[in-house]
Ligand binder design. Sequence first.
Ligand code: AGP
Length: 613
Amino acid sequence: MCGIVAKVSSENVLPFLIEGLKRLEYRGYDSAGVAVLQNGKIVVTKQKGKVNELEKLLDENPIGGNVGIGHTRWATHGKPDNINAHPHMCNDQSLALVHNGIIENYQALKDILIEKGYTFLGQTDTEVLVNFIDFIKKSEKLNTLEAVKLALKEAVGAYAIVLFDKDIPDSLIAARKSSPMVLGIGIDALYIASDVTPIVKYTNKIIYLNDEEVVVANKNAEYSISNLKNQAITPIIQEIEVKIEALEKGGYDHFMLKEIFQQPSTITDSMRGRINTDENWVHLNGVEDNLSRFLKAKRIIIVGCGTSWHSGLIGEYMIEDLARIPVEVEYASEFRYRNPIISEKDIVIAISQSGETADTVAALELAKEKGAFLYGVVNVVGSSIARLVHSGSYIHAGPEIGVASTKAFTSQIVILLLIALRLGKAKGTIDERKYIELISALESVPSKVQTILENIDQIKYIASEIKDHNNAIYLGRGISFPVALEGALKLKEISYIHAEGYPAAEMKHGPIALIDEDMPVFVIATNERAYEKIISNVQEVKARKGKVIAIVPFGEKIISKIADHCIFIPEIEDEISPLLSVIPLQLLSYYVSVMRGCDVDQPRNLAKSVTVE
Ligand code: AGP
C-alpha cells in the first residue's frame, strides 16, 4: 500500500522525508516522491522506482524546506510512472498533496474540473483531489482548511491525505477516512505518517487519527484537530513502545529471515501472562471480560485475509475440537459483500496483523451494524481494527516488516489456541488431563521452534532442489491442511512459483492429474490423527513419480522411507503441530526466493497492508 510521511518544523525536513520513506518501503510500492516549500515555492521531486533512486536524484538536485511531504506509491489508478507518482500539485502549483486510498468518484469530479478549465498531467484520483480542493477554495472563497473539509465531504471512498499550501508556509493539513494516519508529537516538530515506523525514532507520543478527522500542524509543534462537521476534537495521546531496533534488520539479510528467527521469542511473548503450567490456567483478558457472551454464542465467525485467513482456519479446528462451538471462517472480502446472516448472538473474530486490511475492517463494520460482538486478534497496537472491536487480544509479535507474514501467523495461532482452551475449560468440553497436556505442550513450543531453526541445512538443500520448478503442491490433513495453504502462499508470494495447498484426501478428486516427476509435493505429516491416511496419500503421489518432500516428526519410520526428502521436526500434540510444521515451510520459501533472486521483503505487486479494496 502507499506510504505517507510529512514533517513541519523550523529545520529542513527533507532528511526526515527520505528516511521516513525508507521505513515505509516494506508496505510495497512502485514509485516515490517528495515535495517541500522552498523560498515560497513548492518544489516536487518524484519518479518511478525505489527510494534510493529518488535519493540519488535529490543528491544531484538538492531541495529543502521546513514543511514537506513524501510518498511511496502502490498504483491503483494510473500506471507506475514519473507523472502518476505523488506528490501532486494543483494547476497553479499553490497546493501539494499525497494520498493513500481510493477516491471512487474521481472521474465525476474530474469531469467537473475539466469543464472549469483544469488540466491533468496523469491518470490518478489524487491529482483530481488536489485540484478539487483548489477549485473549492477559489470558487467558494474559502481558506484552505475549509476547502479541504468541503472537498472531502464530496469525495467518496478512502483517503489518508497530507497537503500544504504555499501561502500558509509553516503548516500541514492532514485527514483520513478508512486509511490509517498517525500524528507524532515531537519537541520542536510534528510528524505525520501512515504508521508509526517513520516516527518512533523521534517521538513515542502518537495520536491515531480517526475517520473524518482533520489535523492542522504548524512549525511550533502546535496542532488542532477537528472533524468534517467543524467540531473540535480532543485527541488521545498514546505513548507507544515500538523500539527503533525492531525496525532494523539486526544483522539478518532480510526482515523476513529476522522475523522467522524471532519466533521462539515472539511465541513466548504471545503467551506471556496468559498461561501458567504450575497452576494450569489460561487467561486472556478479552475473553475473561466477555466469557458469558462467548459461552452463550451460537456461532463464532472468523474473518481475515491471506495468512490471517489461514490462521483462522486453524482456529476453527481448535475451537470446534476443544470447545465445541460452531465456527465458520470467511474471507473478509467475500463476507462483506455476500449479504451474510449475522445476529447479535454471533461473535465475529477479526484476525489481522496490520489491523488495517480494508476488507477485514469493512467486514467488521458490517458485523457491528448487525449487532454482533466483535473480537480482534491483532498485532499493531492502536490500529483501525484494534479500535473498532468491542474487545480483543494483541498478539505481541512486534512490528512485522517483511511482506510475507511469518511471526504474526504463529502468534495468531497461539491466541486462537488459548481461546479454544479457555472456552473448552469453561464449558467442560475438554478433560483436565488433556487441558494440562496442551498447556504444557504449548509452553514447550518456543524451544522446539528453536530446534528447527538450528537445523536448516536440509531445508536449504531442498530449496536448491525445487528453486527451478514452476509449480508445487502442498498437502495436509486435518489441522495440517491450513498449514499446507500457508506454505503454498509463502512460496508463491515471495518466489513467484505457482503453488497450491490441498487437503491430502482431495488429490484423488482432480489435482492428482497434475502429479508427475516435475511436480514437487510437500506433505505435512505431523499430525497423528490422520497418519495412516497420509501414508496412502504419499504412496499415491509416489506411484505417479511425484517428488515428495515430507515434514515428519523425529523418529518417523514409514513416510520418511518413501519420501524423496524429509524434514524432521520435534514431536508435539496435533492441536499444536501447526506452530512447528509451518516453520520449515517459511524457511523453505525464504531460501527459494533468495536463490531465485527475488525481492524477499518487498515482493513484486504486493503490499504489507492492503488498505484499499
Ligand atoms: C501474507 O504473507 C500476506 N502478506 C497477506 O496475505 C496478509 O496475510 C494479508 O494481506 C492480511 O494482512 P493482515 O493480517 O495485516 O490483515
